[in-house]
Design a binder for this molecule. Sequence first.
Ligand code: MN3
Length: 198
Amino acid sequence: MKHELPKLKYSYTDLEPYIDALTMEIHYTKHHQAYINNLNNALEKYPELTDKNVEYLLQNLETLPDDIKATVKNNGGGHYNHTLFWEQLTPQTNQPSDSLTEKISGFFESFDNFKAEFTKTALTRFGSGWGWLVIDNDKMLVVSTPNQDSPISTNQKVLLGIDVWEHAYYLKYQNKRGDYINNFWNIIDWKIVESRLG
Ligand code: MN3
């Protein structure tokens, strides 16, 4: 099984003005595709791994052959993280349900506090990486990871993630990562976020 680029539910222009069309196109067709190509190439010489999905690979990094461990971590992580990222975005944002709002508020005191903590965590991630809202042992946490490290590798389930690599925002926002993060709230599909509670 070759890993493949997931279909988008919207076009490159649809997330304007929050994410510009050129960034969308390059991010999806070049960056995400490159992670997939690198992952497929690494797995080619290990036929026993070709039927494993990316979740399995990332949850079992320690069992992988040494010569592809780092490549799978970086590129499998890149593939998985970006798949979650595209899926949770929408041109027509909605409101979190009362039940989701209540759950999040229960862990962060209020929904606004959650947003503030998520924003701060994403903003202060040094260098390239991600900010996340995850479930960790029945608790909701805001965390960040460097590079393409994925929460799934440490048994955390992703509810929401923001890519804070410069390639995700630099064309439009340049050094203003904070503006990109503030605009991110305008394009979230909270139904998808809630569905990840499972
Ligand atoms: Mn990216």
